[in-house]
Write a protein that binds this ligand. Structure first.
Ligand code: PEP
Ligand code: MN
Length: 377
């Protein structure tokens, strides 16, 4: 069961003490308090864990200070919506993220040279974009492939980000100590930019890493669905982050592993955007680069990466993560799928049009008031 407190109730309120006293009579029930920013207000939830069947929900709902109580069946209790709980929103480096906002994170798969990093940041600034992607730690299939420059590149990478007014960089971490390295480099540089810690698909069930990114409040987390995991498994893994106290999470769809996706690298799963938005409170990102894996275009002249990015956005995605490179043929990682630097304005124009189409389509559906048309049960 989850009890949502009225907005004005704090841990010091008499209503809170009364509620806790009432709950303490139930044996085998543990309480866990979760606080976070909802889209419209700060939300305090009391999670009851254990033998909660005997607790009368009507009684809880009638107590002062309680806004509502819901019984939960999903195990991912903190990130879950459980019907109609308010989605989570968060602010980071002056930008807001929730299930209604929209951001595009373009950049290199892996930071390779200073020149290439600078070229991307400069192009983003010219396009008026303050969000980027840059890998410093790369999870490669072969140990002989480029592993990323690691902490060595962080000082110049962050300095360049600051120079071009980049507010947030999505950056993958492979190990808990990478979080400390990023923090130290930002601290030394005077925090010219911010970092969204990315959990890659290969680490989607690396529970110690998930606990480590959850056990800090400094950085938000971009959690990528495991390429071989069901939605249920990935949501339970993602819950590890929230269970440690960090609720500033974005859930990213990036395709799933099956030969049925051929000739694409992975099968695009962006039809799950509305599913994640319905099941969880989290904003949803789509990554069109990794499931497609190449720059090929359809006969209509539109690249497959553009096509599927639009599919995700039309389905209501709140963020797009996509790879670009000034010289894709020289890229040390994922060159075949990197879009050209010169394409940034085109991609933005295209994707913003898809976002507008989604908003227009939402209006159309609202105008027809479909809920009122549904037969009453
Ligand atoms: C990436 O975004 O650079 C990446 C490695 O993605 P994924 O974990 O989805 O393969
Ligand atoms: Mn990549």
């Amino acid at each position: 069961m989850i009890i949502i407190l009225k907005p004005e109730i704090t841990k010091d309120s008499p209503e809170y003490q009364l509620l806790m006293k009432y709950l303490s009579q139930f044996e085998g029930v543990k309480t866990l308090v979760a606080e976070y920013e909802g889209i419209t207000r700060k939300v305090t939830e009391i999670h009851l864990i254990g033998h909660t069947q005997k607790i009368p929900i009507e009684m809880i709902q009638s107590l002062p200070g309680v806004e509502k109580a819901v019984r939960v069946s999903a195990k991912y209790r903190q990130i879950g919506r459980h019907g109609d709980l308010e989605p989570i929103g968060f602010d980071y480096k002056g930008l807001h993220f929730d299930q209604n906002t929209f951001h595009v994170f373009m950049g290199l798969c892996a930071a390779d040279t200073k020149e290439n990093v600078e070229a991307i940041f400069k192009a983003l600034k010219e396009a008026g974009v303050r969000t980027a992607r840059m890998g410093a730690y790369k999870p490669r299939t072969s140990p002989y492939d480029f592993q990323g420059h690691g902490k060595e590149c962080l000082p110049w990478l962050f300095e360049l980000a600051g120079k071009y007014d980049i507010a947030v960089i999505a950056m993958e971490v492979l190990s808990p100590h990478h979080i400390d390295e990023i923090w130290e480099a930002l601290e030394k540089a005077g925090h010219p930019t911010g970092v969204m810690l990315q959990i890659g698909t290969r680490n989607a069930q690396n529970f110690e890493l998930l606990k480590a990114v959850g056990n800090q409040q400094e950085f938000p987390v971009l959690y990528k669905r495991g390429m071989g995991l069901t939605i249920e498994e990935s949501l339970n893994a993602c819950e590890y982050i929230a269970s440690e106290g960090n609720h500033n999470i974005i859930f990213c769809l990036r395709g799933v592993r099956t030969h049925l996706g051929d000739p694409h690298r992975n099968l695009v799963d962006f039809g799950h955007v509305p599913v994640i938005k319905r099941l969880t409170k989290l904003p949803v990102c789509v990554d069109p680069s990794h499931p497609i894996g190449s720059r090929v275009a359809a006969p209509d002249g539109i690249k497959d990466i553009y096509h599927v990015a639009a599919q995700g956005v039309i389905a209501g995605a709140n963020m797009v993560l996509v790879e670009f490179h000034p010289k894709p043929q020289e890229a040390l990682c994922d060159g075949p799928q990197a879009l050209y630097l010169e394409e940034i304005p085109c991609f933005l124009d295209y994707i913003n049009r898809a976002r507008q189409a989604y908003l227009d389509m939402k209006d159309i559906v609202a105008r027809y008031n479909l809920q009122a048309m549904a037969p009453k049960p």
